[in-house]
Design a protein around this ligand. Structure first.
Ligand code: HEC
Length: 311
């Protein structure tokens, strides 16, 4: 009997350990404000998944070429660049092992991406038809795609031509190539956002923190043109101007039109984009856990039956 209890508790211990590992995997990581945790940007970039679109394209640090030239004169700049990022943990509907996406928030987040972020950032891993996951109907998706003009071709005369988008088209990129993107953004490349929520520590927390983290630089810091102070950014200097302003995106559902709400919604949309199958993964995990629980009971009952004569 003692041995049975021991076996049972061992089985439970294994399951609980397993479930915790499972929950830990689904929980977004949080970057604290301690200097040890504020790793150099280069290390963060390495943490991106190998197949990440964001990783495929060289990521330009905040400082455009002009900044490098200024470096010598600015002198103090380098010694100040150790500022660490401040990223607060937020609460999300997709947290935890039973977490799910909030469809209304995802749709609003897509609207923010479409109306604001897509001016500079591509999301080339997404096709318009993937928006079905957000709860849009086929007709709505056709209309969203048709609103965009896609360059196709060549036609029979060897010319490229524009046509309305189709649900099977991938999200249209704002620039034709990386050089054009950099040229338009003061030398900095706006990374593709398809996998950014996975490619940066903190995921949704990080994106929310960046979008709401703009501040005036401290008095002793002078920023170059095209640089902005952001308390969530590693080094605190970012080449993206604050993209969101209150009232900028008109929500149809009466949701608050504040920077905070826009940032929250687009962070959720970008998390979904990076991990569209998260809900299925979590549901599977819960089912496996329940199965193991029941199976342990069955094994225990069988064991008692088999050994009943011996005891
Ligand atoms: C005017 C162009 C522009 C707009 C609009 C814009 N961005 Fe950016 N974004 C940039 C540039 C340029 C960078 C690169 C900054 C750098 O490397 O310092 C960037 C970088 C980023 C990063 C990566 C920061 C990092 O860790 O390297 C995120 C995340 C991001 N943008 C999200 C967004 C979101 C979400 C929106 C819409 C709400 C948006 N951006 C709108 C230009 C833009």
């Amino acid at each position: 009997m003692v041995r049975t209890r021991f076996l049972l508790s061992a089985a439970f211990a294994v399951m609980i350990a397993g479930s915790q590992a499972f929950a830990a995997q689904s929980e977004p990581q949080v970057l604290g404000g301690t200097p040890e945790q504020a790793e150099p940007a280069a290390m963060e970039k390495e943490a991106a998944p190998a197949e990440s679109a964001a990783a495929e394209i060289p990521h330009e640090a905040a400082a455009p070429a002009a900044a490098a030239e200024h470096g010598a004169e600015a002198g103090g700049a380098a010694s100040h660049s150790g500022g660490h990022s401040v990223i607060a943990e937020q609460s999300w509907s997709f947290d935890g092992i039973f977490g799910t996406y909030d469809r209304a928030a995802l749709q609003r987040g897509f609207q923010v991406y479409k109306e604001v972020c897509s001016a500079c950032h591509s999301m080339s891993r997404l096709a318009y038809r993937n928006l079905a996951d957000l709860g849009y109907t086929e007709a709505e998706i056709k209309a969203i795609a048709a609103d965009v003009s896609i360059t196709d071709g060549p036609n029979d005369e060897g010319e490229m031509f524009d046509r309305p988008g189709r649900p099977s088209d991938h999200f249209r990129a704002p620039y034709v190539n990386i050089q054009a993107a950099k040229y338009a953004n003061n030398g900095a490349f706006p990374p593709d956002l398809s996998l950014i929520a996975k490619a940066r520590h903190g995921g949704a927390d990080y994106i929310y923190a960046i979008l709401t983290g703009y501040e005036e630089p401290p008095a002793n810091r002078e920023l170059l043109p095209g640089q902005y102070w952001n308390k969530a950014m590693n080094g605190n200097v970012l080449a993206m101007p604050a993209p969101l302003n209150a009232g900028q995106v008109a929500y149809g559902d009466g949701t608050d039109q504040s920077v905070d709400q826009y940032a929250r919604d687009v962070a959720q949309f970008l998390t979904w984009a990076a991990e569209p199958h998260m809900e299925v993964r979590k549901r599977t995990g819960v089912k496996v856990f329940l199965f193991l629980l029941v199976f342990t009971g069955v094994l225990y009952a069988a064991k008692r039956k088999v050994w009943s004569k011996v005891h």
